[in-house]
Design a protein around this ligand. Structure first.
Ligand SMILES: Cc1cc2nc3c(=O)[nH]c(=O)nc-3n(C[C@H](O)[C@H](O)[C@H](O)COP(=O)(O)OP(=O)(O)OC[C@H]3O[C@@H](n4cnc5c(N)ncnc54)[C@H](O)[C@@H]3O)c2cc1C
Length: 592
């Protein structure tokens, strides 16, 4: 198809992704009367944010004393000192105001007896800089993401945000001087491409959990925005840090929220021992996620796993009583009964660590601007391009995200990006003309998959399963040089095999198969970024655990990695240790 024949639409801002990050930003923009379009490959309220269970962090101090400064300390320690302290300060300071704002936007939070927002204890939270357990996670039962996403969607409808539901974004359009001018998207219903021109474009496409076989993520979390950034010569930051959540349903991967342990649930091994007391004497079951995941893996490796295959541990909840479980954890009870046929009111849930959260992503500053070293060396913002949420790396999570901090991240930086875009639009009032070359590139990608209509090549589904299995085996909880090297080679082989993939003819009618193929292409880019970055980092820091380099090495590795698609090249940049207004928290040994 010729560029001239393709339908075009023009907006001030194009937001790609209708999860909490995208919708918080579009709400800010639409309320300021900007002309904003939101593109989502699924109906907005089906975005993965809807699945968030446990809650959102803010030092409201409704249950016990708390303040944002303690939250900031916990987040920096949780990140294993790899988080940027200016962004972390900004997020923790803004948290209380933004949670109250969500309440006013219509989020039905659970309540304490005095009517204030209910808060539960979560992993890695402390009072007084590492003291007693805090209770900082604001919850709407165990369906907090559902409540937040629906409220944000309704506010956007009210503010007249323009939605393109079930449109798949293919690639960014870049103008001269690397300015981003919109994107080429595809209507999933008709298979027709559409060019959306915009003065600013915001990527809010969520994480890439589908690179692993056992994961908590939705099928749609294929890292499309991260791959789009890579194809636009933007590097990905800290991709070696992938969070494994300790309590996925054994063998299946669905999430059992940390809120369960927050409410008083705990883990047991085959000897009936509460083993976390040995690994984290103070925080026990509420130590940070990387610590608990590794402890479970060690228990099983040393033969203390449960079940006939000794391949999982148990999460005990029944002692909380039926009332607490029904009131505070109804969704978890549902999930456990549906997928294990076990009612947690009566018996413990079999659990095992499961891939959960993409800490790395598109490098941004705290205004959501995409900032990366450019071809001529200096670090600067890519004009017109923003990223927020799980696809971005601002970086507030560093080497390990604390539970409850991601819902916070998406609302804080969604709003910040919205505000910065409003400013940008004030001084950039006109659309620029689109270079044909850039549009052609995105269309060529589409045409490539149009040609793969028949033949007996490999199936997309099988190749995707092979990729996920490979990542689980070669880039999992414990890593070594040898195994990672093999992982890199295997993912490169899979990339080669993508050339031989066939899409069968019937798919032309529904064209979802073509989209699955493009998602697989994106997954492979994400997987390669992850395994190459993991191979290079010769230290152990939180989520990245190298058996051959067991210690954290601040002297050589207290820095962010940057992965470029071209030549799978790596570069590094310093961690921003200087907060905005308070004193910095220097690295210390991390114990829980
Ligand atoms: C099961 C589960 C439970 C969780 N619980 C919690 C919790 O309790 N607390 C917490 O803080 N965090 C939690 N998290 C993490 C948190 O929910 C996510 O990190 C966060 O919601 C991500 O929001 P987002 O806006 O970045 O992306 P998402 O909500 O994932 O949305 C991504 C959007 O991008 C769109 N998109 C993607 N690719 C394309 C494309 N090519 N074209 C068009 N559109 C595209 C999708 O359609 C979707 O609208 C949980 C995560 C999971 C998986």
């Amino acid at each position: 198809m010729q560029v001239g024949q393709i339908e075009r639409r023009k907006f001030d801002t194009l937001v790609i992704g209708a999860g909490g990050g995208g919708l918080r930003a579009s709400m800010q923009l639409a309320q300021a009367d900007a002309d904003v379009a939101v593109v989502s490959k699924v109906f907005p309220t089906r975005s993965h944010t809807v699945a968030a269970q446990g809650g959102i962090n803010a030092a409201l101090a409704n249950v016990m004393p708390d303040n944002w400064h303690w939250h900031m300390y916990d987040t920096i320690k949780g990140s294993d000192y790899l988080g940027d302290q200016d962004a972390i300060e900004y997020m923790c300071r803004a948290a209380s105001r933004l949670v109250i704002e969500l309440e006013h936007a219509g989020v039905p939070f659970s309540r304490l007896d005095d009517g204030s927002i209910y808060q539960r204890p979560f992993g890695g939270q402390s009072q007084n800089f590492g003291g007693e357990q805090a209770a900082r996670t604001c919850a709407a039962a165990d369906r907090t993401g559902h409540a937040i996403l629906h409220a944000l969607y309704q506010q956007n409808i009210r503010a007249k945000t323009h939605f393109f539901d079930e449109y798949f974004a293919l690639d960014l359009i870049k103008g001269e001087d690397d300015q981003v001018l919109g994107a080429v998207v595809l209507s999933i219903a008709t298979g027709e491409p559409l060019i959306i021109e915009a003065k600013t474009t915001l990527l809010a496409t969520g994480g890439a959990g589908q690179i692993f076989r056992t994961n908590t993520n939705a099928m749609i979390n294929t890292g499309d925005g991260l791959a789009m950034a890579l194809r636009a010569d933007i590097p990905l930051q800290d991709m070696e840090f992938f969070q494994f959540h300790p309590t996925g349903i054994a063998g299946k991967g669905m999430l059992i929220s940390e809120g369960v342990r927050g409410e008083g649930g705990y883990l047991l091994n085959a000897d009936g021992e509460r083993f976390m007391e040995r690994y984290a004497p103070n925080a026990k079951d509420l130590a940070s996620r990387d610590v608990v995941s590794r402890s479970i893996a060690i228990e099983i490796r040393e033969g203390r796993g449960c079940g006939p295959n000794r391949d999982h541990v148990l999460l005990k909840v029944d002692h909380l009583g039926a009332d607490v479980i029904k009131k505070r954890l109804p969704g978890i009870r549902d999930i456990a009964m549906t997928f294990t046929h076990i009612d947690p009111i009566e018996a413990p849930i079999p659990v095992y660590p499961t891939a959960h959260y993409t800490m790395g992503g598109i490098p941004t500053n705290r205004f959501g601007q995409v900032v990366a070293p450019m071809r001529h060396g200096a670090e600067e913002a890519t004009p017109g391009l923003y990223a927020v949420g799980e696809c971005a790396c601002v970086s507030v999570h560093g080497a390990n995200r604390l539970g409850g901090n991601s819902l916070l991240d998406i609302v804080v930086f969604g709003r910040a990006a919205g505000n910065h875009i409003i400013e940008f639009l004030g001084s950039n009032r006109y659309h620029q003309s689109l270079p044909k070359r850039s549009v052609d590139q995105a269309l060529a990608r589409l045409a490539r998959w149009e040609r793969k209509g028949s033949g007996d090549g490999e199936s997309v589904t099988e190749l995707r399963a092979t990729l996920q299995q490979t990542m689980e085996e070669y880039c999992g909880v414990f890593r070594t040089d040898d195994v990672l090297q093999q992982g890199v080679e295997k993912v490169l082989e899979i990339e080669q095999r993508l050339e031989d993939v066939t899409i069968h003819d019937h798919s032309r009618i529904f064209n979802t198969a073509r989209i699955e193929a493009m998602e697989l292409e994106n997954l492979i880019d994400n997987a390669l970024a992850t395994v190459v970055s993991a191979h290079a980092r010769q230290e152990s820091r939180s989520a990245h655990s190298r058996v051959d380099f067991p210690e954290r090495d601040d002297e050589h590795w207290l820095k962010h990695s940057l992965y470029y698609k071209e030549g799978q090249r790596l570069d590094y940049k310093p961690v921003r240790m200087k907060p905005l207004s308070v004193e910095s928290f220097p690295p210390k040994p991390r114990v829980y």
